[in-house]
Design a binder for this molecule. Sequence first.
Ligand code: CA
Ligand code: CA
Length: 182
Amino acid sequence: MAKLWSYSLCLLATLCMVQAKPYHEAKHRALLRTGYIYFPGGGYYRLAYKRPIIWAEARRNCQQEGASLAVVNSQQEAENLRTLYLDYGPNNADLQFFASNTTQVPVANATVHIGIHDIFIEGEYLTVRSEPLIATGFVRWKPGFPIGDEQNNCGAFDTAKYILDGPCDAKLPYICEIPEAA
Ligand SMILES: [Ca+2]
Ligand SMILES: [Ca+2]
């Protein structure tokens, strides 16, 4: 009986310890392990560039890991996405590795899929969370954009901190986002 009690207490203590560990801390570590980069005050972002894919596939990939295609909500977030690309994109690790025997010049500005589109109604831009673009807080079109026709319905981010529209079947890198509060 004493053995059973001590076993029960031990189990209870273990459960309490697990409970005491803040949930967000475990989640934080798990996200970092799966390739997410944390921007304090912003959230978690994962840049995928090694295999460029079409917008719908990028959207699904983000959804499948509990994220969504990134939506730019502020100038600061645009800055963070640019930093993400410059620090963790192909300009860095991959090109540096081959730097000694390549003539390829790192490209400072790149275009990546983000979570805005006008697939349903031409010109009516929505986020992947079905909010109107105007409600995002960041509507800074790249000069010359939006193209604004039926052939260009998927949103992208130019790392020079602009949004633009393009063909949904363009194969691009993409960024998944998990807001900090989520
Ligand atoms: Ca966002
Ligand atoms: Ca369009």
